[in-house]
Design a protein around this ligand. Structure first.
Ligand SMILES: CC(C)(COP(=O)(O)OP(=O)(O)OC[C@H]1O[C@@H](n2cnc3c(N)ncnc32)[C@H](O)[C@@H]1OP(=O)(O)O)[C@@H](O)C(=O)NCCC(=O)NCCS
Length: 169
């Protein structure tokens, strides 16, 4: 199911057929450096299952980003619910692309569409991004979404604080 279309990209639900293409995202140590590190094929399958559960139960999740011109799956972008970020529930915009597709303006293009969906379709008042302080590319994308630094958070299971960026509707 298609969720959004931009000038060059399409955002759609994840399906089990995406597992091989998503290896270029989830199994690349450089792409996963800011996060939980490279993952296995079984993990990718369970991620796809989890996302489909989220689409059904929450109405949103992380969606597959494809190049519209050739329908290649190149990464994900979407929304994740966090029950407790510094004492309040929050929804995060997240983005991650295979390395070949960096520096083309793709993450910004698709994240703008997700931000707009968050504020119009999902009627959120506030959207955050949780970013490691040295992930300068991701911070730049957040800034281009209109987000500003909003404090630090120590997530469960992490040994370092992340920066919270936020924007309002
Ligand atoms: C973060 C990520 C999604 C960005 O994707 P992208 O398509 O390259 O992003 P864009 O091209 O839209 O924008 C990147 C911006 O960062 C800038 N940039 C690139 N390298 C940079 C660096 N080393 N320092 C600062 N800014 C940098 C680019 O110049 C561009 O800004 P500009 O448009 O003002 O010139 C991609 O690098 C990625 O998947 N990284 C690994 C996963 C990840 O870290 N996800 C975010 C987790 S919070």
């Amino acid at each position: 199911m298609i969720v959004a279309e931009t000038e060059r990209l399409t955002l759609r639900h994840a399906s089990p057929d995406d597992a091989i293409a998503m290896r270029a995202v989830f199994c690349d140590p450089e792409v996963m450096r800011h996060g939980d590190g490279p993952q296995t094929d079984d993990w990718i399958q369970s991620w796809i299952t989890r996302m489909n559960y989220n689409y059904n139960e929450l109405g949103y999740g992380l969606w597959i980003v494809t190049q519209t011109i050739d329908a290649l799956a190149i990464g994900y972008c979407g929304l994740t619910w966090f029950p407790n970020i510094s004492g309040r529930p929050e929804i995060e915009v997240g983005y991650r692309l295979a390395r070949t597709y960096w520096d083309k303006g793709y993450a910004t293009e698709v994240a703008v569409a997700v931000r707009d969906l968050a504020f119009s379709h999902y009627e959120l008042d506030r959207l955050i991004a949780i970013i490691e302080p040295d992930n300068l590319r991701s911070i730049r994308v957040a800034e281009k979404l209109g987000m500003q630094y909003d404090g630090d958070v120590l997530l469960d299971g992490y040994d370092h604080s992340d920066s919270v960026y936020a924007c309002q509707r």
